[in-house]
Ligand binder design. Sequence first.
Ligand SMILES: C[S@@+](CC[C@H](N)C(=O)[O-])C[C@H]1O[C@@H](n2cnc3c(N)ncnc32)[C@H](O)[C@@H]1O
Length: 454
Amino acid sequence: MRALYVLKRACIQQIAFTCTARWRWTQSRSFSNTIPEKHAPNNTMFKHLTSKIKATGPISVAEYMREVLTNPVLGYYVKNDMLGADGDFITSPEISQIFGELLGIWCVSEWMAAGKPKEFQFVEFGPGRGSLASDILRVFSQLQVVLGGATVSIHLVEVSPRLSELQARSLTGDRNQVFASENAPAYRQGTTSTGLPISWYRSLDDVPKGFSIYLAHEFFDALPIHKFQKTERGWREMMVDIDPEDAARLRFVLVPAPTLASSTLIQAGESRDHVEVCPEGAVVIQKLSTRIVEDGGAALMADYGHDGTGTDTFRGFRGHKPHDVLSAPGTADLTADVDFGYLRRTAGDQVACFGPIAQRTFLQNMGIDTRLQVLLRNCRDASTRAQLIRGFDMLTNPVKMGDRFKFFALLNHNRLAPPPPLEKGKLTPLHLGEKGKKMALAPLPVAGFSELKF
Ligand SMILES: C[S@@+](CC[C@H](N)C(=O)[O-])C[C@H]1O[C@@H](n2cnc3c(N)ncnc32)[C@H](O)[C@@H]1O
């Protein structure tokens, strides 16, 4: 436990005195008020979707979301750089460098708690512009002494060739190479500016097995959801159809009979009258749990979401404004709150689940207040100082991103077992007194989910 205190103190106070001060005021995706846009331009994605519907009938919301976001040719993520002030939304790693630094410390602390395995894979899902990975690489670099002789490698799961290009530029400069082969596990490989091997994959299945710390920030909310409505005749699935009164528009319809999805995805005794279920998210959780059990490691997920209480949360964003999800498909981001209760049920007993807890609680437990003070102390530029404070407020203020964003983790059960008995001749719990005895017998605390006091 002491190792964790020391790590936390060392990291928060010493990592990169230089502030990158990334912060621009823009609307995050956690805010949703109105849906102003009514018009549906006849874009290519719209034509693609209507041809599909004409051929096979209404499509599920999951299929609609999958096509709109990740269609290999026309998909929103595949074609666009949607993040930042000129894009459609902003995310925490883009708001403040502190966010990525604290998550980097989390990764190192979980690697330490697992007994410092020789091989350490850092795996990130949906890295966007690569800002989070970049801040984490800086932490790994500053903590080289702590990481000792471990062989660290970086693995990014990214479906978008456009975004992978941006990530490669930010993380490797031009030290990367693209592989055309569909069959190669990695479609891009290189060396980070800090000298670590880095690879890109289309799916988790392609990432090599081995001890890994997995990170997914605003990834699960982008995975396709099915939508269901409780009716007098039972649960019915909501689908997307062409509006019969205006062929240039799409509309939601309720399927009159049960579908395979409505018969299998609603849990018994469901008390809500509208439910969104993300089976692709469940598949990722199942695979992560199996990997964590077999190879060791931990997964940390951060997203806006709920613990099985949310209902109709499917929404769109374009140009930092709420956008009608069925209007001009492919030109706006689509997203839905993550149901962490469903993810926890999916993980079952295989792994230990932590959270969901509010982002502000997690970041405060990780020492965000101290880290901000250290950066402010070392920063003379007034506008950078103001940016750091605004970024801190945006991340932790309960009415901004502090409460709506949640952290959730999967850990190997062995990680929570008490440490092995102390070797003969070393300090025993008796020598450490009552407090020491308790500490020595307790499992190492999980950073972020409990407060580590200095
Ligand atoms: C909302 S963005 C979040 C970006 C970044 N994590 C951040 O917080 O700034 C979603 C990311 O997940 C990627 N993505 C979406 N669906 C994916 C999928 N099925 N497989 C892999 N990556 C996906 C997108 O291309 C994008 O990089």
